[in-house]
Design a protein around this ligand. Structure first.
Ligand code: SAM
Length: 212
């Protein structure tokens, strides 16, 4: 699950893996923001990209799986938002914005191993435009995930873990674990989403000065 090959295989099957509905923390945090440009890293089948596009954002969906991106592009086409979306094959662990910047950079349920999410958060922050937001959401460690290996469970994080990844000039707005119910193999389980929302406050809308 940490390398592209296993995700390529998952996304090559006929079966749809995710619900297609937007993630609840995305809806909770972004609904009040003014739409602009957005980047969703680890976008999978594109549910969040499509929701953002429907809210008026111009969205780049990014993932390391080419099959995932193909699927997401198909779903965006079916949802009638293809003109508000584009796609970028990237590995979040080595991501570099390459001069691009976005008003919102978001990622949901991307869990690189060995505490790697701190470095991913730092890299994604590098793509946030002045005044823009970074939203990182993942699974908080929980006994509920008994089916996973110890390595996978160690890849989960709480929001506070990511704070060292925030560059100077970012102000954390939300750093918390939020309870959520999900259904796993037909049984409802209670879990927590780790939510880090930060705003890039350096150089944000500096007042324009006339003369000296
Ligand atoms: C659990 S799925 C979540 C998909 C989507 N964000 C959602 O919430 O429905 C994780 C996604 O992240 C992608 N992914 C995992 N590791 C990645 C990495 N290092 N770089 C880019 N994408 C990655 C996978 O291909 C997969 O689509």
């Amino acid at each position: 699950m940490f390398e592209p090959a296993s995700w390529e295989e998952r996304y090559s099957s006929e079966e749809k893996i995710w619900s297609g509905r937007p993630n609840p923390q995305l809806v909770a945090e972004v609904s009040a923001l003014t739409p602009g440009t957005a980047l969703d890293v680890g976008c999978g089948e594109g549910g969040d990209v499509i929701w953002l596009a429907q809210q008026g954002w111009q969205v780049t969906g990014a993932d390391f799986s080419a099959n995932g991106l193909d699927r997401a592009a198909r779903h965006a086409e079916e949802a009638g938002v293809a003109d508000r979306t584009d796609w970028w094959q990237v590995d979040a662990r080595t991501f570099a914005a390459g001069g691009r910047s976005f008003d919102l950079v978001t990622t949901h349920f991307l869990h690189p191993p060995d505490g790697g999410m701190v470095e991913v958060a730092r890299r994604l922050a590098g793509a946030v435009a002045p005044g823009g937001h970074l939203l990182v959401v993942g699974h908080a460690p929980s006994e509920v995930f008994t089916q996973l290996t110890a390595t996978h469970r160690r890849a989960m994080f709480v929001a506070e873990d990511l704070l060292p990844g925030l560059p100077e000039g970012f102000t954390p707005l939300v750093v918390e674990q939020r309870p959520r119910s999900m259904v796993r193999e037909g049984t409802p389980v209670d879990i927590h989403d780790s939510v880090l929302l930060a705003r890039r406050t350096d150089q944000a809308a500096a007042p324009h000065r006339l003369g000296r």
